[in-house]
Design a protein. Structure first.
Length: 551
């Protein structure tokens, strides 16, 4: 077969999966040869990279490239998501796809002209038609990260492994950048997976148990213009007098952590928001819940919270099950909680209710002078009840403070605070959010980490406020019928095949959306000894059993 015919054949196969990349490769020009092509002792074609001095560096073994590739891929054990740096002759890809337990093979390549040369010499069509194979060419840092985040599901694929084609990647700046970008994406995915592994089963259980309450929950909410949000940082105690003076001018939204602090100061919020699925959140409500205060609940909140008041409103988040419920059963308001903390969620709520100015109290994102919470926070009452002669309140407070690594930071006024990586991440997330908001955040002077937020609102958006939170939709069926419908849908998901990628490719869009709703629970149920099929079947059984156990 001639080179042009092979080139066209490769492009045709690629276009079935990635039309845009196929067109880019077709347009690629080759002013000079990137590769020369050699023959191994076994008769296999070996691309060799031509360096500036004219020397050729073979990308694979000149003796037996297939044996070399098989030996390398055999070192992959629990990782079924492979990132290959460099396409080369395709021998690494071939060895990986021969294993049924490999779920995804993502190849990262640079230099479209060089890629066009490879397409003219080597037949890759069998890879392009495999659902597990993906090719990225000339991807920037952000594109690499997004592709990893989109494709990599630890609950399905287990670990991830990066394998470079050494002669192709050595001293190549693009591949150095790619390695850093991939590692950053893996770190983020790993953090998300750790959270899912910890909370996945609790999220699922709480969500399905809350549906009966969500069926009859009211959905009317006030429309506001100016709001105050209270967090529970120790600066809140000093800011209370200023907040008290403005109380009648502001719609006051308290984070659940700050509620007992406000009640301690005889201040009643207009609303409280909670997003934590853990039962320890009950401690925030031990001081009581005001009669006329609205309670905004993540659908994954502990079900007992609906007994605190009849004045509650549910919202959906990015959890795939709450999105599925909102789309197929009842249109719930959606709230951005991606910052990972309740202060971020409270700011989102204020903006959704229509606020144009949001004053922020107690948001230290630090421990000023080593003090983590304002007066009245639940930790003080818990420590007081547990104290003894051998473990006084101060000892327990110190143990709580120093349970994670701390950095001591001096402010410009020579005061100081302790900061953790998590608190810094939360603060920076809220600062980034302020740049995307129509509303303006106004942090009140405190003793914590200074915040750098957007200072003003554009004239075009100043008067465009409206309540985007409220919904007026009725459930498509009773909660009981929906749960029976959802339970049967889970039970009837197709049996898993040899690997996750082929299974996902075989699913209808409706079934893929359904599968996504149970993946956080799968993260919690996955064990090292379980493969993809076993993990999926165990997850289906767990989810069905939790729904059957409902009264």
């Amino acid at each position: 077969m001639g080179k042009n015919a092979l080139f066209d054949k490769n492009l045709l196969a690629l276009s079935e999966k990635n039309q845009k990349l196929s067109e880019r490769v077709r347009r690629a020009e080759a002013p000079c040869a990137t590769y020369t092509f050699l023959e191994s002792r076994q008769g296999d074609k070996i691309p060799a990279l031509v360096d500036p001095a004219g020397s050729a560096r073979p990308l694979h073994s000149m003796v037996d490239p297939r044996k070399e590739a098989t030996r390398l891929i055999s070192t992959v054990e629990t990782e079924s998501f492979l990132v290959l740096l460099g396409l080369g002759g395709g021998y690494y890809v071939e060895a990986a796809l021969e294993r049924d337990d490999i779920g995804v093979v993502l190849v990262v390549e640079y230099d479209l002209s060089g890629l066009a040369e490879l397409f003219s010499e080597i037949d890759y069509t069998r890879f392009f038609r495999d659902a597990r194979f993906h090719l990225l060419a000339d991807a920037c840092e952000s594109e690499l990260r997004e592709n990893i985040l989109d494709l990599y599901q630890p609950a399905l694929y287990g670990g991830i492994r990066v394998i470079p084609t050494r002669s192709r990647t050595v001293n190549e700046p693009n591949f150095i950048m790619a390695t850093d970008a991939i590692q950053a994406a893996i770190t983020r995915v790993s953090a998300d997976f750790s959270v899912q592994a910890h909370f996945g089963k609790r999220w699922f259980s709480n969500i399905v148990r809350n549906l009966k309450s969500a069926e009859t929950a009211r959905d009317d909410t006030p429309e506001i213009r100016r709001a105050a949000v209270t967090a529970a940082g120790s600066s809140l105690s000093a800011q209370i007098p200023a907040l008290r003076q403005k109380r009648d001018e502001l719609f006051l939204i308290a984070t659940d952590t700050s509620l007992p602090c406000l009640l301690h100061e005889k201040l009643t919020p207009d609303a409280v928001i909670t997003i934590d699925c853990q039962h320890i959140s009950y401690h925030h409500f031990m001081a009581g819940f005001p009669d006329n205060t609205l309670l905004f609940l993540d659908l994954a909140s502990p079900p007992g919270f609906t007994r605190l008041t009849k004045n509650y409103r549910f919202f959906a988040t990015d959890h795939p099950l709450t999105r599925y419920i909102s789309r197929t059963w009842k249109d719930l308001p959606s709230l951005d909680v991606s910052g990972g903390n309740v202060t971020y969620a409270a700011i989102s709520l204020a903006e959704q209710l229509g606020a144009r100015e949001i004053e922020l109290y107690g948001a230290d994102f630090a421990c000023p002078n080593g003090v983590p919470y304002a007066r009245g926070a639940y930790t003080y009452s818990v420590f007081a009840k547990k104290q003894s002669r051998l473990s006084p309140l101060e000892t327990q407070a110190s143990a709580f403070l120093y349970r994670v690594p701390l950095s001591k930071v001096r402010r410009s006024d020579d005061s100081w605070y302790y900061e953790t990586e998590t608190l810094k991440f939360y603060r920076e997330g809220l600062e980034e959010k302020s740049e995307r908001m129509d509303a303006v955040i106004i942090p009140q002077p405190g003793f914590g980490a200074p915040m750098n937020v957007k200072k003003s609102i554009s004239i075009n958006t100043r008067d465009s406020s409206r309540n985007k939170f409220e919904r007026h939709s009725k459930p498509s069926m009773t909660a009981k019928k929906f749960l029976e419908f959802y339970r049967d849908k889970i039970a009837n998901l197709p049996k898993p095949g040899k690997n996750a990628a082929e299974y996902l490719a075989s699913l209808r869009e409706e079934d893929r959306a359904l599968l996504a709703t149970i993946l956080p629970a799968a993260a919690a149920l996955k064990q090292g000894s379980l493969n993809f099929a076993e993990t999926l079947e165990a997850t289906k059984a767990y989810c069905v059993s939790r729904i059957k156990a409902l009264p």
